[in-house]
Design a binder for this molecule. Structure first.
Ligand SMILES: C[S@@+](CC[C@H](N)C(=O)[O-])C[C@H]1O[C@@H](n2cnc3c(N)ncnc32)[C@H](O)[C@@H]1O
Length: 311
């Protein structure tokens, strides 16, 4: 059973027939991968109700007969009938499975509303018992290590930033520039990086924010440098966690750019979607970032290939 086979929008019994895998194997997969099946089931019901409304162009209040037809209780029907886009589906582990189509691959993903949940999941699923990354390439203010349930230790001796002087822990943070971008020094088993995500023109309010760069090209350049460092410092089968914005220029998503930078050296293991419930107005879509920051960002998890592709 692989992530590719799991179908979040299909009931388990149907999924079993569809993909030719036993129901018990699917249930085991759900448990091991901490997939929030309760959230998935809620979305299946919501889809059913929305499809029904759309097909029947039904605007009146729902009836008990419709509930029977859809195989759910009247209260459940009412709940999803009146579901607004701002309503949230209750999730069991605070994360839910979904497909992100047209991104790096049609990988199964987890949706969460906070960084802690995502880091915790990455830790459980991919960190092989380690309690810290070997290196953080963009330490910044160190918020990854300050969450409410934070369990991750900051990697002593492995803290880097482009601007170490701006980091509160200045003396422990080293300049990113000491890491190689063109020769190999394979010393890390696990690396995390959280490059700047937003565009803000120089001279405008907020342009001194460490999460802002001046143009889409500058953001791509930052990703290119970080990718080169990962390629040259992470050992075979090591883990690389990279955050990315839901950012596009006119015809390309930054995820495609990232793929072009690293696919020869890394394979994608997972994509986590961080949903931002409160997007500040200043980063709402603009002419320069037309589809820009769509109230979510990504935590991409990669594994270093044994050998580069094509070697
Ligand atoms: C989103 S913040 C990192 C937040 C960090 N995870 C934290 O918890 O505070 C982006 C970081 O990238 C660094 N940075 C700025 N420009 C960069 C560039 N061109 N290349 C790489 N890193 C850059 C910033 O100094 C900042 O620490």
């Amino acid at each position: 059973m692989t992530g590719r086979k799991y179908q979040p929008a299909v009931p388990i019994s149907e999924m079993s027939k569809m993909i030719g895998v036993k129901e018990s194997t699917i249930r085991k997969y759900i448990k091991e991968n901490k997939i929030d099946r309760r959230g998935d089931n809620a979305r299946i019901k919501l889809d059913k109700v929305r499809d029904y409304k759309a097909q029947h162009k039904y605007t009146r209040y729902p009836s008990a007969a419709i509930a029977r037809e859809l195989g759910m209780s009247y209260n459940t029907l009412k709940k999803y009938w009146n579901f607004k886009s701002k309503d949230e589906i209750a999730t069991e582990f605070g994360k839910a499975a979904a497909y992100v189509q047209g991104t790096l691959e049609d990988t199964i993903s987890s949706v969460a509303y906070d960084v802690d949940t995502i880091l915790q999941s990455i830790h459980t699923l991919y960190m092989k018992g380690l309690d810290k990354f070997d290196a953080d390439l963009t330490y910044g203010k160190g918020t990854f290590y300050k969450g409410k349930n934070m369990f991750l230790e900051p990697p002593k001796g492995g803290l880097f930033d482009m601007y170490p002087k701006n980091c509160p822990l200045t003396k422990d943070v080293q300049a990113l520039s000491i890491l190689p971008t063109d020769k190999f020094d394979l010393k890390f088993n696990s690396v995390i990086a959280d490059p700047p995500h937003h565009i803000q023109k120089k001279g405008t309010k907020g342009d001194n924010n460490y999460n802002m760069l001046d143009s889409y090209d500058d953001i791509c350049k930052a990703y290119r440098t970080i990718s080169q460092i990962a390629i040259h410092t992470i050992k075979a089968h090591g883990i690389f966690v990279l955050t990315a914005p839901a950012l596009m220029n006119a015809d390309e998503s930054i995820l495609e750019k990232i793929k072009a930078y690293i696919a020869d050296h890394f394979k994608i293991l997972d994509i986590f979607i961080l949903v931002d419930k409160n997007i500040p107005k200043k980063i709402a879509p603009t002419e320069e970032q037309p589809r820009s920051y769509k109230s979510h960002s990504y935590f991409l998890v990669f594994e270093k290939r044994e050998k580069p592709w094509g070697d």
